[in-house]
Design a protein. Structure first.
Length: 147
């Protein structure tokens, strides 16, 4: 009954994310930072991911809110000045659009990610839309199976 930005993860959602995150920990090194949409359930998800992956901090990133401009997130990524792994937690269909934008530079999405899916995208230095490379993309069920 809460407005969407204030809606928390359900118990089932939190349990699934813990399992997904443990599977994800088998696939990636600890990120330097986990960026999250400021919406409540995204921040809760980001905390679960950060704990499982051994990330030191979670930061709120307004450009991960639904309907935010993808270019704003690219600017945030550039501001990090890191060559390490960065994890982001957001919402669908925004994250699918973001992945498509990073890979092609176009704002039309050609990827459909499910809740809890993860992609490893290698960015150029500095991060530039259209020149990224997808190394892998896994459905949440695959990640849970790795747990």
């Amino acid at each position: 009954g809460k407005p969407d930005p204030e809606r928390p993860l359900t118990g089932k959602g939190a349990r699934r994310m813990r399992s997904i995150s443990r599977g994800l920990a088998q696939m990636v090194e600890a990120p330097e930072v986990v960026g999250s949409s400021p919406l409540v359930r995204a921040m809760e998800t980001a905390e679960i991911v950060a704990k499982a992956l051994g990330a030191e901090k979670v930061v709120q990133v307004p450009s991960l809110e639904p309907n935010a401009d993808f270019g704003d997130l690219v600017n945030w990524l550039r501001s990090l000045k890191t060559n390490g792994t960065v994890a982001v937690v957001g919402h669908e269909p925004h994250l699918s659009g973001l992945a498509s934008f990073l890979l092609t530079g176009r704002r039309e999405s050609f990827i459909e990610l499910k809740k809890g899916a993860a992609c490893l995208i290698q960015l150029a230095e500095p991060p530039t839309p259209g020149v990224a490379r997808m190394l892998w993309c896994m459905a949440p069920g695959v990640l849970r199976a790795l747990d």
